[in-house]
Design a protein around this ligand. Sequence first.
Ligand code: AVI
Length: 307
Amino acid sequence: MTADPAFRADVLAGFRMRPRAIPARWFYDHQGSLLFEKITALPEYYPTRVETALLAAAAPDIAEAVGPGRAVVEFGSGSSVKTPHILGAVRPAAYVPIDISGEFLRESAAALASGFPRLSILPVEADFMLPIEPPPAIAALPKLGFFPGSTIGNMVPRTAVNLLRAMAETLGEGAMLLIGIDRVKDVGTLIAAYDDAAGVTARFNLNLLHRINRELDADIPVDGFVHRARWNDDEARIEMHLEAVRDLSFTIAGETFGMAAGETIHTENSHKYGPREARLLLRAGGWSPIREWTDADDQFALILAES
Ligand code: AVI
Protein backbone atom coordinates (compact mmCIF):
# COMPACT_ATOMS: atom_id res chain seq x y z
CA MET A 1 0.00 0.00 0.00
CA THR A 2 1.33 3.48 -0.83
CA ALA A 3 1.31 5.55 2.32
CA ASP A 4 -0.36 8.95 2.50
CA PRO A 5 2.60 11.41 2.44
CA ALA A 6 0.87 13.57 5.08
CA PHE A 7 0.59 10.52 7.41
CA ARG A 8 4.26 9.73 6.91
CA ALA A 9 5.27 13.36 7.57
CA ASP A 10 3.10 13.64 10.72
CA VAL A 11 4.38 10.33 12.14
CA LEU A 12 8.07 11.08 11.52
CA ALA A 13 7.71 14.64 12.89
CA GLY A 14 5.71 13.27 15.85
CA PHE A 15 8.40 10.73 16.81
CA ARG A 16 11.19 13.31 16.44
CA MET A 17 9.59 15.90 18.74
CA ARG A 18 9.48 15.94 22.55
CA PRO A 19 7.04 15.18 24.01
CA ARG A 20 6.14 12.85 21.16
CA ALA A 21 2.71 13.41 19.63
CA ILE A 22 0.76 12.22 16.58
CA PRO A 23 -2.49 13.95 15.46
CA ALA A 24 -5.64 12.01 16.37
CA ARG A 25 -7.01 12.16 12.85
CA TRP A 26 -4.70 9.27 11.90
CA PHE A 27 -6.67 6.87 14.11
CA TYR A 28 -9.30 6.47 11.43
CA ASP A 29 -8.08 3.92 8.92
CA HIS A 30 -10.58 1.15 8.16
CA GLN A 31 -9.71 -0.80 11.31
CA GLY A 32 -9.68 2.35 13.45
CA SER A 33 -13.10 3.42 12.15
CA LEU A 34 -14.51 -0.03 12.99
CA LEU A 35 -13.03 0.19 16.50
CA PHE A 36 -14.49 3.68 16.96
CA GLU A 37 -17.93 2.33 16.02
CA LYS A 38 -17.45 -0.28 18.78
CA ILE A 39 -16.46 2.44 21.25
CA THR A 40 -19.72 4.31 20.61
CA ALA A 41 -21.66 1.22 21.79
CA LEU A 42 -19.63 0.66 25.00
CA PRO A 43 -21.47 1.00 28.33
CA GLU A 44 -18.80 3.44 29.61
CA TYR A 45 -18.82 5.65 26.48
CA TYR A 46 -21.82 7.85 27.35
CA PRO A 47 -21.44 10.62 24.66
CA THR A 48 -23.07 8.78 21.73
CA ARG A 49 -25.89 7.35 23.83
CA VAL A 50 -26.66 10.61 25.62
CA GLU A 51 -26.43 12.78 22.49
CA THR A 52 -28.65 10.43 20.46
CA ALA A 53 -31.31 10.43 23.19
CA LEU A 54 -31.04 14.22 23.43
CA LEU A 55 -31.52 14.58 19.67
CA ALA A 56 -34.56 12.32 19.70
CA ALA A 57 -36.13 14.17 22.63
CA ALA A 58 -35.33 17.68 21.35
CA ALA A 59 -36.20 17.01 17.69
CA PRO A 60 -39.58 18.82 17.71
CA ASP A 61 -38.05 21.84 19.52
CA ILE A 62 -35.12 21.88 17.11
CA ALA A 63 -37.46 21.75 14.10
CA GLU A 64 -39.45 24.67 15.48
CA ALA A 65 -36.37 26.77 16.21
CA VAL A 66 -34.78 26.03 12.83
CA GLY A 67 -37.88 26.56 10.66
CA PRO A 68 -38.62 25.08 7.24
CA GLY A 69 -36.78 25.13 3.92
CA ARG A 70 -33.16 24.82 5.01
CA ALA A 71 -30.45 22.61 3.57
CA VAL A 72 -28.76 20.52 6.29
CA VAL A 73 -24.97 20.41 5.92
CA GLU A 74 -23.31 17.77 8.10
CA PHE A 75 -19.61 18.09 8.92
CA GLY A 76 -18.07 14.61 9.13
CA SER A 77 -19.63 11.43 7.82
CA GLY A 78 -23.28 10.99 8.75
CA SER A 79 -23.64 8.67 11.68
CA SER A 80 -26.27 6.04 11.10
CA VAL A 81 -27.91 6.74 14.46
CA LYS A 82 -27.89 10.52 14.75
CA THR A 83 -28.51 11.93 11.28
CA PRO A 84 -32.00 10.38 10.77
CA HIS A 85 -33.23 12.17 13.91
CA ILE A 86 -32.29 15.55 12.57
CA LEU A 87 -33.47 14.86 9.02
CA GLY A 88 -36.77 13.42 10.26
CA ALA A 89 -37.42 16.48 12.42
CA VAL A 90 -36.18 19.33 10.23
CA ARG A 91 -37.42 17.82 6.93
CA PRO A 92 -34.78 19.74 4.98
CA ALA A 93 -34.89 20.74 1.31
CA ALA A 94 -31.54 18.96 0.80
CA TYR A 95 -28.88 17.14 2.81
CA VAL A 96 -25.17 17.73 2.19
CA PRO A 97 -22.80 15.40 4.09
CA ILE A 98 -19.18 16.55 3.95
CA ASP A 99 -16.40 14.07 4.65
CA ILE A 100 -12.78 13.57 3.69
CA SER A 101 -13.38 9.85 3.14
CA GLY A 102 -15.29 9.16 -0.07
CA GLU A 103 -15.88 5.57 1.03
CA PHE A 104 -17.65 6.64 4.24
CA LEU A 105 -19.62 9.30 2.37
CA ARG A 106 -20.96 6.86 -0.19
CA GLU A 107 -21.87 4.31 2.49
CA SER A 108 -23.71 6.79 4.71
CA ALA A 109 -25.44 8.50 1.75
CA ALA A 110 -26.69 5.13 0.50
CA ALA A 111 -27.91 4.12 3.98
CA LEU A 112 -29.82 7.40 4.39
CA ALA A 113 -31.28 7.34 0.88
CA SER A 114 -33.33 4.24 1.70
CA GLY A 115 -34.82 5.91 4.80
CA PHE A 116 -35.44 9.26 3.06
CA PRO A 117 -36.23 8.33 -0.57
CA ARG A 118 -37.46 11.81 -1.58
CA LEU A 119 -34.58 13.75 0.02
CA SER A 120 -31.99 15.25 -2.29
CA ILE A 121 -28.62 14.01 -0.91
CA LEU A 122 -25.56 15.82 -2.27
CA PRO A 123 -22.33 14.40 -0.75
CA VAL A 124 -19.18 16.52 -0.85
CA GLU A 125 -15.77 14.84 -0.49
CA ALA A 126 -13.64 17.50 1.20
CA ASP A 127 -11.68 18.48 4.30
CA PHE A 128 -14.21 20.43 6.35
CA MET A 129 -11.46 22.18 8.32
CA LEU A 130 -11.31 24.62 5.38
CA PRO A 131 -14.17 26.70 3.88
CA ILE A 132 -16.02 24.73 1.19
CA GLU A 133 -18.05 25.85 -1.81
CA PRO A 134 -21.47 24.19 -1.27
CA PRO A 135 -23.10 22.43 -4.27
CA PRO A 136 -24.80 24.97 -6.61
CA ALA A 137 -28.20 23.30 -6.04
CA ILE A 138 -28.29 24.58 -2.45
CA ALA A 139 -26.61 27.95 -3.07
CA ALA A 140 -29.83 29.93 -2.58
CA LEU A 141 -31.10 27.98 0.45
CA PRO A 142 -30.49 29.00 4.07
CA LYS A 143 -28.39 26.35 5.78
CA LEU A 144 -28.31 24.43 9.04
CA GLY A 145 -24.86 23.09 9.87
CA PHE A 146 -24.86 19.86 11.91
CA PHE A 147 -21.73 18.90 13.84
CA PRO A 148 -22.55 16.19 16.39
CA GLY A 149 -20.37 13.88 18.47
CA SER A 150 -18.29 16.55 20.25
CA THR A 151 -15.73 16.13 17.48
CA ILE A 152 -14.94 19.81 18.12
CA GLY A 153 -13.43 18.56 21.42
CA ASN A 154 -10.65 16.76 19.56
CA MET A 155 -9.23 20.14 18.54
CA VAL A 156 -7.30 22.55 20.73
CA PRO A 157 -9.48 25.66 21.29
CA ARG A 158 -7.63 27.79 18.72
CA THR A 159 -8.19 25.17 15.99
CA ALA A 160 -11.80 24.76 17.12
CA VAL A 161 -12.37 28.51 16.70
CA ASN A 162 -10.82 28.43 13.22
CA LEU A 163 -13.10 25.55 12.28
CA LEU A 164 -16.20 27.35 13.54
CA ARG A 165 -15.22 30.36 11.43
CA ALA A 166 -14.67 28.16 8.37
CA MET A 167 -18.12 26.65 8.96
CA ALA A 168 -19.71 30.11 9.13
CA GLU A 169 -18.05 30.90 5.80
CA THR A 170 -19.16 27.60 4.22
CA LEU A 171 -22.76 28.00 5.43
CA GLY A 172 -23.16 31.63 4.40
CA GLU A 173 -25.60 34.31 5.50
CA GLY A 174 -28.52 33.47 7.77
CA ALA A 175 -27.04 30.10 8.70
CA MET A 176 -27.62 28.14 11.89
CA LEU A 177 -25.40 25.52 13.50
CA LEU A 178 -26.44 22.60 15.71
CA ILE A 179 -23.38 21.32 17.54
CA GLY A 180 -22.83 18.59 20.13
CA ILE A 181 -20.36 19.43 22.92
CA ASP A 182 -19.31 17.13 25.75
CA ARG A 183 -19.42 18.63 29.24
CA VAL A 184 -16.77 18.71 31.97
CA LYS A 185 -17.81 16.13 34.54
CA ASP A 186 -16.41 13.92 37.31
CA VAL A 187 -13.04 12.47 36.43
CA GLY A 188 -14.08 8.86 37.15
CA THR A 189 -16.80 8.95 34.49
CA LEU A 190 -14.44 10.58 31.99
CA ILE A 191 -11.58 8.15 32.54
CA ALA A 192 -13.91 5.13 32.30
CA ALA A 193 -15.25 6.45 28.97
CA TYR A 194 -11.70 6.53 27.57
CA ASP A 195 -10.33 3.42 29.29
CA ASP A 196 -13.16 0.89 29.09
CA ALA A 197 -13.13 -2.44 30.88
CA ALA A 198 -13.32 -4.45 27.63
CA GLY A 199 -10.19 -2.73 26.30
CA VAL A 200 -11.73 -1.48 23.04
CA THR A 201 -10.34 2.05 23.47
CA ALA A 202 -6.93 0.52 24.18
CA ARG A 203 -7.15 -1.39 20.89
CA PHE A 204 -8.27 1.80 19.12
CA ASN A 205 -5.24 3.66 20.48
CA LEU A 206 -2.77 0.81 19.78
CA ASN A 207 -4.16 0.42 16.25
CA LEU A 208 -2.30 3.62 15.41
CA LEU A 209 0.99 1.71 15.91
CA HIS A 210 -0.28 -1.21 13.82
CA ARG A 211 -1.24 1.29 11.12
CA ILE A 212 2.26 2.80 11.18
CA ASN A 213 3.74 -0.71 10.86
CA ARG A 214 1.32 -1.57 8.04
CA GLU A 215 1.68 1.60 6.01
CA LEU A 216 5.09 3.08 6.78
CA ASP A 217 7.41 0.10 6.61
CA ALA A 218 7.94 0.17 10.39
CA ASP A 219 8.73 -2.48 13.01
CA ILE A 220 7.32 -0.95 16.20
CA PRO A 221 6.89 -3.68 18.85
CA VAL A 222 3.24 -2.94 19.66
CA ASP A 223 3.40 -5.22 22.72
CA GLY A 224 5.95 -2.74 24.16
CA PHE A 225 3.20 -0.12 24.62
CA VAL A 226 0.15 0.30 26.84
CA HIS A 227 -2.88 2.58 26.49
CA ARG A 228 -3.19 5.46 28.97
CA ALA A 229 -6.09 7.87 29.43
CA ARG A 230 -5.43 10.91 31.67
CA TRP A 231 -7.44 13.92 32.72
CA ASN A 232 -5.52 17.19 32.20
CA ASP A 233 -7.32 19.55 34.56
CA ASP A 234 -5.52 22.72 33.40
CA GLU A 235 -6.62 22.18 29.82
CA ALA A 236 -9.97 20.52 30.74
CA ARG A 237 -9.30 17.56 28.50
CA ILE A 238 -8.88 13.81 28.42
CA GLU A 239 -5.55 12.92 26.87
CA MET A 240 -4.78 9.55 25.36
CA HIS A 241 -1.17 8.39 25.30
CA LEU A 242 0.74 5.26 24.35
CA GLU A 243 3.32 4.50 27.02
CA ALA A 244 6.46 2.40 26.45
CA VAL A 245 6.62 -0.38 29.05
CA ARG A 246 10.31 -1.13 28.41
CA ASP A 247 13.20 0.51 26.59
CA LEU A 248 12.47 0.21 22.88
CA SER A 249 14.22 0.68 19.57
CA PHE A 250 12.51 0.49 16.18
CA THR A 251 12.59 1.89 12.68
CA ILE A 252 9.96 3.84 10.74
CA ALA A 253 10.52 4.43 7.03
CA GLY A 254 14.24 3.78 7.44
CA GLU A 255 14.70 6.08 10.46
CA THR A 256 15.65 4.58 13.86
CA PHE A 257 13.95 5.74 17.06
CA GLY A 258 14.50 4.88 20.70
CA MET A 259 12.03 5.25 23.55
CA ALA A 260 12.78 4.78 27.25
CA ALA A 261 10.41 2.83 29.53
CA GLY A 262 7.71 5.24 30.77
CA GLU A 263 8.01 7.61 27.79
CA THR A 264 4.73 8.31 25.98
CA ILE A 265 3.34 9.27 22.59
CA HIS A 266 0.44 11.72 22.96
CA THR A 267 -2.23 10.54 20.52
CA GLU A 268 -5.44 12.43 21.31
CA ASN A 269 -7.05 15.32 23.17
CA SER A 270 -10.75 15.31 23.95
CA HIS A 271 -11.63 18.72 25.40
CA LYS A 272 -14.66 19.06 27.64
CA TYR A 273 -16.54 22.33 28.08
CA GLY A 274 -18.64 23.84 30.86
CA PRO A 275 -21.80 25.73 29.78
CA ARG A 276 -20.10 29.14 29.73
CA GLU A 277 -16.93 27.90 28.05
CA ALA A 278 -18.97 26.23 25.30
CA ARG A 279 -20.85 29.45 24.61
CA LEU A 280 -17.62 31.46 24.65
CA LEU A 281 -16.05 29.06 22.18
CA LEU A 282 -19.00 29.47 19.80
CA ARG A 283 -18.92 33.26 20.09
CA ALA A 284 -15.17 33.29 19.40
CA GLY A 285 -15.94 31.27 16.25
CA GLY A 286 -18.50 33.81 15.02
CA TRP A 287 -21.71 32.11 16.26
CA SER A 288 -24.36 33.35 18.72
CA PRO A 289 -25.90 30.56 20.80
CA ILE A 290 -29.71 30.75 20.85
CA ARG A 291 -30.93 27.47 22.36
CA GLU A 292 -29.38 24.68 24.35
CA TRP A 293 -30.54 21.18 25.27
CA THR A 294 -28.88 18.98 27.90
CA ASP A 295 -29.72 15.67 29.54
CA ALA A 296 -30.93 15.48 33.16
CA ASP A 297 -27.37 14.82 34.42
CA ASP A 298 -25.88 17.62 32.29
CA GLN A 299 -23.47 15.15 30.69
CA PHE A 300 -23.67 16.49 27.14
CA ALA A 301 -25.04 19.59 25.39
CA LEU A 302 -26.61 20.26 22.04
CA ILE A 303 -26.33 23.93 21.18
CA LEU A 304 -28.14 25.77 18.42
CA ALA A 305 -26.42 28.95 17.26
CA GLU A 306 -26.88 31.51 14.51
CA SER A 307 -24.20 33.29 12.52
C1 AVI B 1 -14.47 11.31 17.78
N1 AVI B 1 -14.27 11.83 19.14
C2 AVI B 1 -15.31 12.81 19.47
C3 AVI B 1 -14.06 10.80 20.16
C4 AVI B 1 -13.90 11.45 21.55
O1 AVI B 1 -14.65 11.08 22.45
O2 AVI B 1 -13.05 12.32 21.70
C5 AVI B 1 -12.86 9.93 19.84
C6 AVI B 1 -12.57 8.92 20.91
N2 AVI B 1 -11.38 8.65 21.39
C7 AVI B 1 -11.45 7.71 22.29
N3 AVI B 1 -12.71 7.37 22.44
C8 AVI B 1 -13.42 8.10 21.56
